[in-house]
Design a binder for this molecule. Sequence first.
Ligand SMILES: *Cc1c(COP(=O)(O)O)cnc(C)c1O
Length: 402
Amino acid sequence: MVSKRYNFTVNHQWAREMVMSNDYGPLSKKRLFTPGPTPLYQDQRQTCHHRSDQFAKISLECAKMLQPLFGSVDLPVMLSSSGTGAMEACLLHLTSPGDQIMVCEAGKFGQRWLAMAEGYHLKSLVCQLPWGRSFSPEIVHSFLSRHSKTKPKVVFIQASETSTGAFHPTKEIAAAIRDYDPEILIVVDAISSLGAHEMKMAEWHIDGVVSGSQKGFGVAPGLSFVALSERGWQHCSNHPKYYFDLVREQKGQKNGQSSWTPAISLIMDLHRVLSAWHKVGLNVIYDYHARGSRATIAALQAMELDLFAQDIPSRSLTSFWVPSSVNGIEFLDHLKKRYGAVFAGGQGALKGKIIRMAHLGYFDDLDLISGIAALQMSLHNLGYHQGECGLQGLMRSLRQDE
Ligand SMILES: *Cc1c(COP(=O)(O)O)cnc(C)c1O
C-alpha cells in the first residue's frame, strides 16, 4: 500500500525568514480576484464515458439549463476550447472570406475580434472608443450612418469588456443597429458577462452569443458556448471548417452527443453550478452580481480611489486607477506576496495604471471583504492613506442591499 506522508515538523529557517521578510508565504491562502479564471464552485474532477446514457443526459440537461442564460430559441452548443474558440467558431459560421464586417472596439477583447477578422480575410470597419468607455446606441447608430456606403454584414461587440471593466449595453445597441438596418447580424462576446448580466438573444434580436466556463460560471477553463439565432443557423458560410463545425455539433448535441470527446469533467461541474443557479433563480444570480458590484464600487469610493470605467461599470468586475503616489506593479506584487490576493492589472497601455477586481464565479460577501481588506492594507503599507476604510464603504453598501 502506498500511504501519503505528511510532514508537520517546523522549518525553522523558513519561520525565521517569514518573520524577517514579513512574508507568510505558504501560510497565506490564495484568493483569485482575477476576471478569469475565477474561484471554482467545485474542485472535484469527475469523469464518465461520453457515449453513455448517463453522460448524454447530463450534457443535454446542461444545454437546456444554459439556454435561459442566453435567451436563445435553440439550445446553445458546447465546445471544448477556451472562450476565444467560441468567438472563432461563431465568426467562421457567420462570415465568408472577403465579407465586410464592423467591430465595436474599446478594449483588448474588441481588438481580438479585429485580429480574428484579419486572420480570416474579412474587411473590418472599426467603431472605436477610448478604453474604459461604454458604447451607447447613439454612438453606434451615428457611426453606421456616417459610413452608409460600407454596409457591414455582421457587427461584433463585447457585452462586458473585461480588459477595462466597462459594460456595453447590448440590448439597446442591438435595437439601434436593427433600427438602422434590420439585415445586419449582431454577435455579442458575453464571455465574462453571462451569469452577471441578463442576456435575451431572441427578444433583443441578437444573432450570436458566445461565452466560456471560467468566468461567470466559476468552472475551470476549457469549455465554451455558442448560441445562434434562427437566421444565424440558416446562414451558410464559405469558410472551411472541421472541428468547429457548429451545424454538425448542434445536430449531435440535440441528443446529448458531441462529435468529439467533450470536456466531460467540466460539463459535469457546469451541471452542478447550473442546477444550483436554477434552484435559486437566475434573477437572484443577476441581482447578486449587481449587489457585489455596487458594494465594491462603494468600497473604492470610500477609499477615494477613482473608477476607471465610469460610463457603465460591468457587474463582473470593477476597475480603478492606481493612485498617483503608488507604483501599480509594486501594488499588484504586494497584494500577491503579502496577502495571497491575485488581482488583475491593466493590459497594454494601461499596465501599471489600473487594477481590476472581479466579483465573478464562486464568491460571497466575505470574499469581497477579504479583497477590499487586501487592497486597503496594501495601500496603507505603500503609503496611501486617503479616505475612510474601504471596508466601511463595502459593508454599508452590503447592509443597505439586504
Ligand atoms: C476572457 C475573455 C475572452 C477570452 O477568453 P479565453 O477563454 O481566454 O479564450 C474573450 N472575451 C472576453 C470579454 C473575455 O472576458
